[in-house]
Ligand binder design. Sequence first.
Ligand SMILES: [Zn+2]
Length: 68
Amino acid sequence: MAKKIFNCIVCGKHPLTKNEIGITKKLLGMKSKNFYCIDCLANFLEVEPQDILDKIEDFKNDGCKLFE
Ligand SMILES: [Zn+2]
């Protein structure tokens, strides 16, 4: 499978990390075509960046393969 490079749709940061892509899919849905970096995702969802990082840790602890 070809490796895709995703940009943050807001600030253009690239490449996004596997965690950033994974958490976008988790929070916005697997079919989301828009990806965000941690800061912009937090801004979009009106939460703190740390809340996003905490969620990533939670999913990792569940053994979710979307995260590293
Ligand atoms: Zn961004």
